[in-house]
Design a protein around this ligand. Structure first.
Ligand SMILES: [Zn+2]
Ligand SMILES: [Zn+2]
Length: 186
């Protein structure tokens, strides 16, 4: 990739290889390196380039960059590492445990997936200035993580600071918030 003077920063999202950094969501150890222009990520227009040469759509880039397993590294135009972004953008450690205690599984209405199937989702994407804390995070399985990024469902925390989902008008014309009560069963 080439860098211009107006876009000196490039966001390199690197899947963590050290198993100690990975949240408990099962499956293979990811080995993906994603390079995307930071401005394109923030403006939802940037496609991504994988290290095997494949390109990704802007929606997929934002979902992967949202994923708890990604460490984004901000590089300067000279290739020097400026910020590894670990503590600010990763939903892991104590935050992951608090999220599991609150949501107990995928928080999408009706989903029965347990925490080990789930990823942390930033309700407001970190590329848009969203913080990495409990009030900006929700636990979602891989399928519903894609749904939330690709479809018109909106996520928010209710008055009790628990997640609720507002369906698009083609699902519910009144757009009444829905919650997942599956994981609250005794
Ligand atoms: Zn997400
Ligand atoms: Zn789900």
């Amino acid at each position: 990739m080439s860098y211009t003077g107006s876009k000196p920063l490039t966001e390199v999202c690197r899947r963590v290889l050290a198993s100690g950094e990975l949240p408990d969501n099962g499956g293979d150890r990811p080995q993906l390196v994603l390079t995307v222009d930071y401005d394109g990520l923030a403006q939802r227009t940037g496609s991504g380039l994988l290290d095997n040469g494949a390109t990704l759509t802007p929606e997929t880039v934002r979902r992967i960059a949202c994923d708890a397993q990604v460490i984004p590294a901000v590089l300067g135009g000279d290739g020097q590492l400026l910020d590894l972004g670990r503590t600010r953008r990763l939903i892991n450690g104590a935050l992951r445990r608090a999220l599991v205690l609150r949501d107990r599984g995928c928080a999408f209405p009706g989903c029965d997936r347990p925490p080990r199937w789930c990823q942390g989702h930033h309700i407001r994407h970190w590329a848009d200035g969203g913080p990495t804390d409990l009030d900006n995070a929700v636990l979602l399985c891989g399928h519903h993580h894609r749904v939330v990024h690709q479809d018109d469902w909106q996520v928010r925390l209710g008055h009790d600071r628990r997640p609720e989902f507002i369906p698009p008008s083609y699902v519910d014309a009144a757009r009444l918030p829905r919650r997942n009560t599956f994981h609250l069963r005794p």
